[in-house]
Design a binder for this molecule. Structure first.
Ligand SMILES: Nc1ncnc2c1ncn2[C@@H]1O[C@H](COP(=O)(O)OP(=O)(O)O)[C@@H](O)[C@H]1O
Ligand SMILES: [Mg+2]
Length: 340
C-alpha cells in the first residue's frame, strides 16, 4: 500500500470531543532478577467515546504492556507511573478489587489468541452466559436470552447450534466472534483489541474489523486497536499513535498522519506494508537493525541507530514528543517533509 492509498483508506468520522480515556506520560518498568526493563517510556493519547485509536509499533514496542497497565493486569514486578483518566476517574493506583469491577463493567479486552482465552472444556453458550451473569443480577433464563442475543450481535453463524458446541469445533474467526461477544457482555464503554485479528486470514480479519466498526456505530464503544499493522490503522482508526521502544513517537488523526508522515520510523513502517497478501503472523522487518535493549536505553533518540536521517545530535539528545503542527505530535530532530 502506498502512502496515498493509505491516506485514501482513512475514514474520517466525526464524534464528540470530550475524551473518555486520557493517558498521560505513562511509564512501566519491570524489576527482577537484577534487571530493569523499561517497557513503556512515555505514552500519551486521548480517546473519545465512539472513536478508534490505533496503537502501532513493532513487536516489543510496549503496546500490550501499556494497555495492560491501564487494565491493572500487570504482575507485581511492574512499576507504573503517569496518569490514565477514564470517564473522569484515575485508573492507575487502584486496588485489584476496584480494577476487577472496572474491567468487568467499563473496559473489556480482546486478545490475539481466542483459543487461549476460551475454556476448551466448556461449551460456548455456558461461557457467554457466565460472562452475562458476572455483570449483573439476571436469572438463568434472561442470561441465556442475552447470551443468544450477543451471539447474534457478533454474527456468529447458526448461533443456536454453536451455543452447545466447544471452542475446538469453531473456526478461528468464530472463536474471535465469541470472544468479542464475551467482551461485550458487560456493555463496556471501551474495548481494547490487542492484535485481535492478527492470527486470522485476511478475509476473516476484514470481517472481524467490519464487525467491530459496526458494533462501535451501534453501541458507541470506544476502541483501542493494538496492531503492528499500519494498514489496519489506515482503514479503521480515527487517530493513530506510533510507538517505538515504549515511547510515543508520532500521534495524529489518521488522515493527517497518512497525508504527512513526519517520523522516519513511521515512514519505514509504511514502506513495510506489502502490496500482496501476506501470511498471518508475519512480522515484517521494518528497517535494518534491531530495536534497542530496553534494559539500557541509549541517551539519544532510540531509533537513531536505524534511522537514515540521523545526525550526531540524534545520538546524544532525545527529541521531545511535542505538538509541532496542529493535532500532529512527533518526536524527531529531522522530521520528513519539514525543511529546517
Ligand atoms: N512481565 C514482564 N516482565 C519483564 N518484561 C516484560 C514483561 N512483559 C513484557 N515485558 C517486556 O516489555 C516490552 C514490551 O512488551 P509488549 O508490550 O508485550 O510489546 P508489544 O505488545 O508491543 O509487542 C518487551 O521488551 C517485553 O519483553
Ligand atoms: Mg503485544
Amino acid at each position: 500500500m502506498s502512502i496515498e492509498e493509505a491516506a485514501q483508506a482513512v475514514s474520517v468520522r466525526s464524534g464528540p470531543a470530550e475524551p473518555l480515556l486520557e493517558v498521560e506520560d505513562l511509564r512501566v518498568r519491570f524489576t527482577g532478577r537484577g534487571r530493569r526493563v523499561h517497557a513503556v517510556n512515555g505514552l500519551s493519547y486521548r480517546l473519545c467515546a465512539g472513536r478508534t485509536l490505533a496503537v502501532i509499533g513493532e513487536s516489543g514496542s510496549g503496546k500490550s504492556v501499556s494497555s495492560r497497565a491501564l487494565m491493572g493486569l500487570l504482575p507485581p514486578t511492574a512499576t507504573v507511573t503517569g496518569s490514565a483518566r477514564f470517564d473522569g476517574r484515575e485508573l492507575l493506583g487502584r486496588s485489584d478489587r476496584q480494577m476487577r469491577r472496572i474491567r468487568g463493567a467499563d473496559i473489556a479486552m480482546v486478545f490475539q489468541d481466542p483459543s487461549r482465552s476460551l475454556n476448551p472444556t466448556m461449551r460456548i453458550g455456558v461461557q457467554i452466559t457466565e460472562a452475562v451473569r458476572a455483570h449483573g443480577k439476571v436469572d438463568r433464563k434472561a442470561a441465556h436470552e442475552r447470551a443468544m442475543e450477543l451471539l447474534r450481535l457478533v454474527r456468529l453463524p447458526a448461533p443456536a447450534r454453536r451455543f452447545h458446541e466447544y471452542p475446538h469445533q469453531l473456526s478461528g474467526g468464530m472463536r474471535q466472534r465469541v470472544m468479542i461477544a464475551i467482551a461485550l457482555a458487560g456493555e463496556p464503554k471501551l474495548l481494547i483489541a490487542d492484535e485481535a485479528t492478527t492470527a486470522l486470514d485476511v478475509t476473516t480479519q476484514a470481517q472481524i474489523m467490519r464487525l467491530l466498526a459496526e458494533l462501535q456505530e451501534r453501541l458507541g464503544t470506544a476502541i483501542v486497536l493494538i496492531s503492528h499493522d499500519l494498514g489496519l490503522a489506515a482503514s479503521y482508526a480515527d487517530d493513530v499513535v506510533v510507538m517505538y521502544a515504549g515511547r510515543a513517537v508520532e500521534y495524529a488523526p489518521a488522515s493527517t498522519l497518512f497525508a504527512r508522515v513526519r517520523m522516519p520510523y513511521t515512514e519505514a513502517l509504511l514502506g513495510a506494508i506489502p502490496r500482496l497478501e501476506r501470511p498471518p503472523h508475519a512480522e515484517l522487518p521494518v528497517t535494518p537493525g534491531q530495536p534497542p535493549d530496553l534494559t539500557r536505553l541509549p541517551p539519544g533518540c532510540p531509533f537513531a541507530p536505524r534511522c537514515s536521517r540521523a545526525t550526531d545530535e540524534c545520538h546524544v539528545q532525545i527529541p521531545p514528543f511535542a505538538e509541532h503542527e496542529p493535532g500532529h505530535w512527533w518526536a524527531c530532530w529531522h522530521p520528513c517533509g519539514v525543511s529546517s
